[in-house]
Design a protein around this ligand. Structure first.
Ligand SMILES: [Zn+2]
Ligand SMILES: [Zn+2]
Length: 350
């Protein structure tokens, strides 16, 4: 491998397996910053992207996967400032237009104009499953000094997306409240920790896998239930007859959404987060009155800084299964089959 080339896990065709190829190391222009990748997390949404037929995602192929990245600043474009070569950072991978009403309010995650274009690292633009990743500006980098970078990578999506979903319901998660967490994977196990760290809610975790329920207990869940044949009545027997103040669905399948709608308390919140593609029906009789239904995506940059601060206190921690970059396809296979406990993370130097 020559000095100006690097490895990158690229999606070259829709409905196909990504390929590890050799590409040129990008040179930062203007305000861009080049980051040498230490670690990058694998997400279920990557499986969704690579498994989709052409036309579902507004991305041009090929591009490098990976939207959960931690590393060190390697080079700055001539107009970049605010970071220095060698700085440990985590990458905020959802890049907004910077001009719409959402971006103007600091909500790049919900940018109103980039949803139908490439919109971030590993999301149509080259991502972190490579030796280096190019970031448009230093503002998308959050300082990560003092953190283990392998464990820090999942903070940028698994923890951030969970934190954002919890934050949107924070007002209801008061002492005496309850939270139902459906699906204890990369995001769910972070959500439990976030709920315990920043709210007073009693947390019930649900998954079909025994290993995931063990992980939920370790993450601090007050109670766990197997999703097998689980009914809203079972949830209410555990959380009390009012039901769950907030139901967070990290699966997003028809069955989990039905369970969330049937278990949420009158006036509570349902958050549809997992990309399971299920349908949540809203009509009287199917969902209690005064319920707020949300479909959050990612989190904001300020929230990523808060997540990093929370990780620094030790209050949240990602359970990582570590792989080398040339094992990424194998690791995606394990993720697809539900065999990953916590988050699969690729170490770039592995
Ligand atoms: Zn993701
Ligand atoms: Zn925007």
């Amino acid at each position: 491998m020559s000095q100006s080339m690097m490895r990158a896990l690229r999606l070259t065709d829709w409905q196909s397996t990504p390929e590890l190829s050799e590409v040129a190391i990008p040179e930062p222009q203007g305000s861009e910053v080049l980051v040498e990748v230490t670690a990058a997390g694998l997400c279920r949404s990557d499986l969704h992207i690579m498994g989709s037929p052409a036309g579902i995602y507004p991305y041009d192929l090929p591009f490098t996967l990976g939207h959960e990245t931690a590393g060190r600043v390697a080079a700055l474009g001539p107009a970049a400032s605010g970071v220095a070569v060698g700085d440990p950072v985590v990458v905020y991978s959802r890049w907004g237009c910077g001009a719409c009403w959402q971006c103007a309010n600091g909500r790049d995650n919900a940018c109103a104009r980039t949803q139908r274009t490439a919109h971030g690292a590993g999301l149509g633009r080259d991502g972190g499953l490579a030796d280096y990743v190019l970031v448009p500006a230093a503002r998308y980098l959050v300082p990560a000094a003092g953190l283990d970078l392998v464990n820090a990578a999942p903070l940028t999506d698994a923890a951030l997306t969970s934190y954002h979903a919890v934050t949107l319901s924070l007002d209801k998660l008061r002492p005496g409240s309850t939270a139902l967490v459906l699906g204890i994977g990369g995001l769910g196990h972070m959500a439990i920790q976030v709920l315990k760290a920043v709210t007073a809610a009693r947390v019930l975790a649900v998954d079909v896998r025994d290993a995931a329920l063990d992980l939920a207990r370790e993450a601090g869940a007050d109670a766990v239930l197997s999703a097998q044949d689980l009914t809203p009545a079972d949830v209410r027997a555990e959380l009390g007859p009012d039901g769950a103040t907030v139901a967070l669905d990290f699966v997003g399948a028809d069955a989990t959404l039905e369970l969330a709608a049937g278990s949420v308390a009158q006036g509570g919140d349902v958050a549809y987060i997992g990309r399971g593609g299920g349908e949540l029906k809203v009509k009287p009789g199917l969902i209690p009155y005064e319920v707020t239904v949300r479909m959050p995506t990612w989190g904001t940059l300020p929230e990523l800084a808060e997540v990093v601060a929370l990780a620094r206190t030790g209050a949240i921690h990602s359970e990582a299964e570590v792989y080398a970059l040339d094992q990424a396809v194998e690791a995606y296979g394990r993720l697809k089959h539900g065999d990953v406990v916590g988050r699969a993370v690729i170490r770039a130097d592995g």
